[in-house]
Ligand binder design. Structure first.
Ligand code: N01
Length: 540
């Protein structure tokens, strides 16, 4: 449609993003409340993060049986996961299946970027415009833009002069990239770089990894699921979901009841070893209860990791470079790998430490650090995302009195419950900053948010209310609470994307809510029970 459109199309809700969040929000609002809803996504397919992140080795770091929707028992029973940690194409297939299974596609508009959303205080509606000028008017604006979707490509000088191929992992091409016989440079050793390294190393003539900060990576110990394993999960789904919902981070694991200090050194090592052998996120959420609050406990675990790195990596100098010492374990999102440290035992893989000598420029032949030029056929940037706020701030969102979200968040994100921003009525942010989001198993956090939003809109409809807006004092109190909760932990000690440290100039604020899903959900439910305490509700 062109910009000649006379009147905006009227909707009840505009949802931005067709990933886990947007699909479920569409399902709930249409199915349960009968609302006229439209989902927009700039991609030409559904899937959100699983649409974009197609890099080699991309797979889920959480196990398939709980990294999935819980809202439909039929869906749970009919979908067959093939492995413990599904690869990206399988999760994308799952989300496409969900879109078909629940007839969602008729209300999803793909290849369409939302350019601006402006709140009209007279009608109490959002006026939304797409990048090709199509206009919509909706009572509610619901963002499901993802916490890790705005890619971060550092402004390396000379990139446009590079004569080879280059890719950012978060915008990977749909056609396979052929690494065979190629000299490949990989920048970044976060979860993505760590997943990609061993897979690229399999094919490349030579892979050079540029590391600014080493990470603590844990083996996934992936395995195919057997028919018996599948049947057991399916028979126990309700119990699994109960455990995830009643856990701190939405994983079906519980930590020890006592501090590590109350165990003997042998017991401490035995627990670490069994979790290492089991693999995956259980180390983070199912080990010592004070892992993320006690430096002493954290040191025990960090030392355990350091020893494992020394054991796995043959060359002591490389092992030393790969050993993290700058942050406590778990205070940056821990990577989960399949053969990462082992990859450095290959003859065709080398590691370059750039902690003290950053990449100066990309050259036509490769990249330059100081006086040394490294020549490549392909450069892969696994340099992450402008997390949690980046994707929202790409849209020109304007609330009351014309205030932009960018202005409001100049000093860091402000939100009440991570769900609403004062001054932006009728806008809900699924897994927004100030909510547990990235510190949880995302589908659990997403379902909780969408269920809460749906109940809130239902309440408004039942009571003839047309506008809901977070109050400033409630927002201030919540932001203080989010900061206090973080200060109680070791998290602020790391220069992580949780605090925006990966983006030069980004205000350092701890963005996710660290107190956990149970505490968070209790608070959200109390707010609702008290008639949406902290929100101002207006009738027609
Ligand atoms: O990004 P990152 P990611 N010069 O920001 C380096 C999720 N995820 O894409 O640490 C040189 O973690 C940077 O260095 P430093 C998961 O939540 C999920 O890996 O800032 N290097 C770092 O090494 C994860 O946490 C899955 O010093 C530069 C790397 O690039 C999140 O996505 C799988 C640089 C970026 O690491 C982000 O992970 C994969 C520069 N100028 C990811 N700028 C699942 O399985 C940055 N770096 C679900």
């Amino acid at each position: 449609m062109s910009s000649q459109q006379a009147d905006p199309r009227e909707l009840d809700a505009v949802i931005i993003g067709a990933g886990f969040s947007g699909l479920y929000a569409l399902y709930k609002l249409r199915q349960e409340l009968g609302m006229a809803v439209r989902v927009f996504d700039s991609a030409d397919g559904v899937g959100g993060t699983w649409y974009w992140n197609r890099y080699p080795g991309a797979r889920c770091d959480s196990e398939s049986y709980y990294y999935s929707y819980s809202f439909s028992e039929d869906l749970e029973q009919e979908w067959e996961w093939t492995s413990k940690y599904p690869e990206q194409p399988e999760i994308l297939l799952y989300l496409n299946h969900v879109a078909d299974r629940f007839d969602l596609r008729r209300d999803i508009q793909l290849s369409t970027r939302i350019k601006e959303a402006i709140f009209d205080e007279t009608s109490n509606r959002w006026q939304v415009q797409t990048d090709d000028g199509e206009r919509f008017s909706a009572q509610f604006l619901i963002t499901g833009v993802g916490c890790l979707s705005a890619t971060n490509l550092p402004p390396f000088q000379g990139l446009d002069q590079f004569e080879g191929e280059w890719y950012h992992t978060g915008q990977w091409p749909h056609e396979p990239v052929d690494f065979k016989g190629k000299r490949v440079g990989l920048v970044g050793t976060g979860s993505t770089g760590i997943q990609a390294t061993p897979v690229i190393a399999e094919d490349a003539d030579h892979l050079t990894v540029f590391q600014r900060t080493p990470n603590y990576s844990l083996p996934a110990r992936n395995a195919l699921l057997t028919a018996e394993g599948q049947a057991e999960v399916k028979a126990n789904y309700r119990e699994i979901r109960r455990r995830t919902r009643e856990s701190r981070a939405g994983f079906p694991y519980a930590p020890t009841e006592k501090s590590a200090m109350e165990y003997s050194a042998e017991e401490q090592q035995a627990l670490c070893e069994s979790l290492w052998q089991e693999g995956g996120f259980k180390f983070l959420w199912g080990s010592f209860e004070d892992l993320l609050t006690s430096e002493e406990t954290n040191n025990i675990v960090a030392e355990f990791f350091r020893r494992k790195i020394r054991e796995v990596v043959d060359d002591p100098a490389t092992a030393k470079l790969l050993t993290p010492t700058d942050h406590p374990y778990g205070t940056k999102r821990p990577p989960i790998d399949t053969g990462y440290y082992e990859a450095y035992n290959r003859d065709n893989v080398s590691l370059v430490d750039i902690s003290n000598s950053p990449i100066d420029a990309i050259t036509p032949k490769g990249l330059r650090i100081g006086d040394t030029e490294y020549e490549f056929d392909i450069i892969v940037f696994a340099t992450g995302f402008d997390a949690m706020t980046g994707a929202l701030l790409k849209i020109d969102i304007r609330g009351t009195e014309g205030q932009t979200l960018a202005d409001k968040w100049e000093g860091g994100p402000l939100a009440y419950l991570g769900l609403q921003v004062a001054g932006f009525p009728n806008m809900f942010t699924i897994t927004g900053p100030g909510s547990p989001s990235v510190l949880t198993n995302m589908p659990v956090a997403i379902e909780q948010h969408v269920d809460w939003i749906t109940a809130c809109i239902q309440h408004m409809r039942t009571n003839d209310l047309i506008r809901i807006e977070a109050k400033l004092d409630a927002e201030d109190a919540w932001v203080d609470h989010v900061n206090e909760a973080a200060e109680f932990t070791l998290f602020p000690k790391a220069n992580s994307w949780y605090v925006g440290a990966n983006i030069p100039g980004k205000k350092r604020v701890f963005m996710p809510y660290v107190a956990g899903m149970i505490e968070y959900k209790t608070r959200c439910n109390e707010v609702a029970t008290k008639g949406y305490d902290g929100f101002e509700l207006r009738s027609a």
